[in-house]
Design a protein around this ligand. Structure first.
Ligand SMILES: Nc1ncnc2c1ncn2[C@@H]1O[C@H](COP(=O)(O)OP(=O)(O)OP(=O)(O)O)[C@@H](O)[C@H]1O
Ligand SMILES: [Mg+2]
Length: 271
């Protein structure tokens, strides 16, 4: 059930600009898929995501009557009360992503939940609801986003060329793979095809960095009552001249933590 957050809550959430480039659309849609419990997610893009983005998942889906609600501002199924903010287990919680995307692009969503034989399709163009009807659909949700910022030239102007936008999305996909090693993630564009096997962290590191890196890493693990650490670290003999190889994931969320990165760096400094 998707509900509209009260003013009291959404004023506490202070959401910033949700969509500023194709990268953010992909991020929001994939996070929704993960929150929906998907074990398989496919992302395909065209023109660096400016022309077209499609995210398909096998998660729990959205009920037919909930579909238009999902596109209203501050509408979320993930929190209800202010107290829920302290115990968020999902990536999303603001109820902002779908309305923000529909405001700046053409969006079609199809979805079906396990309890229903028929699914639904909802279409938004220029921020307006165009159609909402029943249709046959596989279990889960598919969202396509086309013509990003087409009607807002001032914002389109700030996008980079498609190859750069695609590179940003690819880096994001790698982070998502590392943060969700049990999810099968497939990516496709005109230039690239990529897929992770969803068989745990080792397979995720393999998918992102390949065998040469994996062979030169050791597994690290710590299991204490309130903290569990799992990961891979490079042998001191195997170095890369870039911080891009440091990835920090906290509670399933990819983060940039200067403190943690510096701590790891310090341990390696003597070597
Ligand atoms: N792929 C999906 N599968 C199932 N339900 C979805 C999916 N995408 C969106 N929803 C439903 O639509 C609601 C609105 O999605 P939206 O992304 O706008 O907000 P949110 O995820 O709750 O919060 P945030 O704005 O922080 O992402 C979600 O709370 C969820 O109930
Ligand atoms: Mg969301």
């Amino acid at each position: 059930m998707i509900n509209i957050l009260s003013k009291e809550i959404y004023n506490k959430i202070a959401a910033g600009e949700v969509v500023d480039r194709p990268y953010s659309v992909v991020k929001e849609l994939v996070e929704n898929a993960i929150d929906a419990g998907a074990t398989e997610i496919s992302v395909s893009i065209k023109g660096g995501g400016i022309d077209y983005i499609r995210v398909d998942d096998n998660g729990g889906g959205i009920e037919f009557d909930d579909m238009p609600t999902a596109f209203l501002p501050h509408a979320t199924s993930k929190i209800k009360t202010v107290d829920d903010l302290d115990t968020i287990m999902t990536l999303g919680f603001r109820g902002e992503a779908l309305p923000s995307i529909a405001a700046v692009a053409d969006v079609t969503m199809t979805s079906r939940v396990a309890e229903c034989e028929m699914g639904g399709e909802i279409v938004y163009k220029g921020g307006k609801l165009v159609s909402h009807c029943e249709c046959g659909a596989k279990l889960g949700t598919t969202v396509t986003v086309a013509n990003l910022f087409e009607r807002i030239p001032a914002r389109k102007k700030f996008l980079s060329k498609p190859s750069r936008e695609e590179a940003k999305i690819l880096a994001l996909i790698e982070h998502i793979v590392l943060a969700n090693p049990d999810v099968v993630l497939k990516f496709e564009s005109e230039n690239k095809k990529f897929s992770s096997s969803g068989e745990g962290l080792k397979s995720a590191v393999f998918a992102v960095y390949g065998d040469a890196v994996l062979k030169n890493t050791v597994n690290v693990e710590l299991d204490e009552p309130h903290i569990k650490i799992q990961g891979f670290t490079c042998l001191p003999s195997f170095t890369k001249p870039s911080k891009n190889y440091q990835n920090v994931i906290i509670n399933g969320r990819y983060v940039e933590s200067a403190d943690i990165m510096y701590a790891v760096y310090s341990v390696y400094a003597p070597y």
